[in-house]
Design a protein around this ligand. Structure first.
Ligand code: SAH
Ligand code: SF4
Ligand code: F3S
Length: 441
């Protein structure tokens, strides 16, 4: 094709941004762009940004600074900012970095090709609306190219929960679920193109209530329907809110074979006082009872979570309650963060905890979480697990894949096994991955 332009996208933040970046690349593919993995020869650079913590947001400006030389050498280079910083800061980004040509919020990606055509040569394009129309319905159909064995599929966006620390309800807008048929069509299309594992995504994915036959469907019903697709071997979903784990979804973990035994269920704190101040709308005890019910349905489920330490007014006793909750749950994997003040959120106005206290608590929590992660990984040694091989490993003749429990596993195997779920006996446990041997059957 004549005159193909090159697009470099850099993605920050959550998996929803990874999915959005794919969709943006596809949308701009229609406008003549092909992907490149370096900014140096790009005709357009797009930063898909995250606003969740202060550091994440500041990274955008330092990254933009690094493109100054490229823009000076090639004035027709278009630079765009997408994602949650684009939504939160809008035109302010162009004021701070005048070389930015285009700013697009997460709900307007279907308008990107038109914005791209307008931007450049001193013309700016800005769109941070929450449009009436559904961006997914207006995004171009996905191209038919073959793809890797696992894929993300966004089914729900936005959040109505307004946790006191969080920017997501402001950057992503109100909760919206995609209609059932569209999700099923996209899933079938992914499977035709080689996908064996789909991870359903949403800021509150278990609050899914998409329009389908007979009314709104729950996430559990959607999962059961997806499980009927031949060739789809595995289903996962993330991120869930404890208050939206309904009985049917818990039951699905016990009776739906394709639903993998892994659940990311953030709790943020183990202190009821802090949970209340965070506006999480449940207690530590309610969370623990919920975990009991989930484990009753699927005893070997691996749990993961998110924690914030040093939330405003958190005392040593509150923090001790978090450690106690972690001890009780025994997580296989976790993300933990120091509380980061986000302007415009309620918690930003409250008495802040000292930075060194936050750092100390984070270190203590992470030590406990790492210990649990290692214990659970070590306990896998000797067990036989399913592994979906995804790509070649670092050593010759080796493949890397994900176990049912989402552990990275490497094993000696031929490239023909990529895209297959193999039975693997776990033989060793390393820092962040397991070693195994394929069991021939
Ligand atoms: N919807 C998900 C979380 C999305 S944000 C949920 O409710 O669990 C991902 C994680 O970032 C959160 O779980 C939280 O642990 C962390 N986070 C969000 N805002 C933060 C802030 N202001 N400071 C530190 N961590 C934050
Ligand atoms: Fe943020 Fe809370 Fe919504 Fe999760 S549930 S996205 S933490 S406001
Ligand atoms: Fe970040 Fe936005 Fe995701 S703030 S975590 S990119 S929803």
């Amino acid at each position: 094709m004549a005159d193909q332009k090159k697009l470099f996208i850099k993605t920050y933040g959550c998996q929803m941004n990874v999915y959005d970046s794919e969709r943006m690349a596809e949308a701009l593919g229609g406008a003549g762009y092909i992907a490149t993995d370096t900014p140096d020869d790009a005709d357009m650079i797009l930063l898909n940004t995250c606003h969740i913590r202060e550091k994440a947001a500041e990274k955008v400006y330092s990254e933009l600074g690094r493109f100054k030389g490229l823009k000076a050498a090639k004035p027709e280079l278009k630079i765009g900012v997408a994602g949650c910083v684009a939504q939160a800061e809008g035109a302010e980004i162009m004021r701070r970095q005048p070389m930015v040509d285009l700013v697009v919020g997460p709900q307007s990606y279907h308008r990107l090709p038109a914005m791209e055509a307008k931007a450049g040569n001193g013309q700016k394009a800005l769109d941070t609306d929450f449009p009436e129309e559904d961006k997914f319905a207006h995004l171009a159909a996905r191209p038919k190219a073959q793809r890797g064995p696992s894929a993300f599929l966004t089914v729900q966006e936005g959040c109505d929960k307004f946790c006191a620390f969080c920017v997501v309800p402001y950057t992503r807008g109100a909760e919206v679920s995609r209609p059932v048929d569209r999700v099923l069509d996209e899933a079938r299309d992914l499977v035709e193109r080689g996908v064996r594992e789909i991870t359903l995504l949403g800021q509150n994915v278990n609050a899914y209530h998409g329009a389908g036959a007979g009314g709104d469907w729950s996430l559990a019903r959607l999962i059961r329907e997806l499980a009927r697709i031949d060739g789809l071997a595995r289903i996962r979903f993330t991120t869930s809110h404890p208050n939206d784990m309904d009985d049917d979804l818990i039951a699905a973990h016990g009776d739906c074979d394709k639903l993998m035994p892994y659940l990311h269920l953030p709790v943020q704190s183990g202190s009821d006082r802090i949970l209340k101040r965070m506006n999480r709308s449940h207690t530590a005890e309610q969370y623990l009872r919920l975990i009991e019910r989930i484990r009753a349905a699927r005893p070997d489920i691996l749990l993961s979570g998110d924690f914030i330490v040093g939330f405003p007014e958190e005392t040593e006793a509150d923090f001790a309650a978090t450690l106690a909750l972690v001890e009780q749950v025994r997580y296989g994997q976790c993300y933990s963060f120091k509380y980061s003040t986000r302007p415009g959120t309620p918690a930003a106005e409250r008495a802040q905890v000292d930075e060194d206290v936050k750092a100390d608590r984070l270190q203590r929590l992470q030590a406990l979480l790492s210990r649990q992660q290692a214990e659970i990984q070590d306990a896998m040694v000797g067990r036989e697990v399913g592994v979906l091989f995804e790509k070649p490993g670092r050593e010759a003749g080796q493949l890397v894949g994900k176990s049912d429990h989402l552990h990275a596993v490497h094993a000696q195997a031929g490239a023909e096994r990529i895209g297959q779920v193999a039975r693997v006996r776990i033989t060793g446990s390393g820092a962040n991955s397991l070693a195994g041997q394929v069991v021939e059957v």
